[in-house]
Design a protein around this ligand. Sequence first.
Ligand SMILES: [Zn+2]
Length: 315
Amino acid sequence: MTSCRGCGSGGAQGFAAKGTDGTPFQVRRCPGCGLGWTDPALPDSEIGAWYPQAYYGSGNARFHPQLERLIRAFRRRRADVIRRRAQPGPVLDVGCGRGYLLKTLRELGFLPYGVELSEHSAWHAAHKLHIPVHVGPLETAPYQAGSFSAVIFWHTLEHFRDPFAMLAKAHALLKPGGLLVVAVPNSESLQAEVSGPDWFHLDVPRHYWHFGASSLRAAIERNSFVVVQEDHFSFEQNPYGWLQSLLNMATPRFNYLYDWLKSKSARSAPLRKNPAQALLTLALAVPLAPLAVLLTVLEAGLRCGGSVELYAVKR
Ligand SMILES: [Zn+2]
């Protein structure tokens, strides 16, 4: 792709990025609007290999139980923001995973609907949590135009081949005054700037697109939405983004701590084979963890958080 899908500018510069297993990829960034994209994007026949079942975790847990408890608290905070901003009624989570956000929203009185590409995750949402889930792309979902109070893309928009079409579709599915919720890693963040190709949230080749707060806002506003809230402080995403990115810069093996924190069934590689990396990671993680929290507060204050959440209302 030569010209930017966001603003039409040419002359995007490429930089080297690493896949989670160290495979080299390239990301291009538009000099006009800052939008980035993975180039080339892997075809459908190859991208599936980057989403093993382990990516989603097995059963109920993707991480250690203590961490799962913390994640539940974050999910509740996220649902509370949606409750304050959205009218009551049906809500759609696009890329709903195992369905836990929808479960929380149902507890707050909403009618939950999910779309999910992973049959494994969709099974959990449908059969364990009893949430109606469309398995497949949003384009083939049987929903009526103008029927939802809220449509949510929680760290999923960057995984779609055509996020711009997804935003247009969300606009069509929403009632007048309906709420669009989008959270993405922020390529304009301090942590992205500092860590470059070592940035944890770059996540190539799964992320086809690399939005920043301003390029995401522009894409949303082009689809006749009015942005009503922009949050840069995410305790769920940003301290860990800092910690893992700093560790990636300082140690040889990419995303080692992340693999270790995943519950046993979700681990992608045996860890005991590399005691030197384990010791180094531990020795560095102890002093870097409080620093990561401080940097998260700093970048939120500067409005350049490692991830950004935009809330917008359909005009
Ligand atoms: Zn552009």
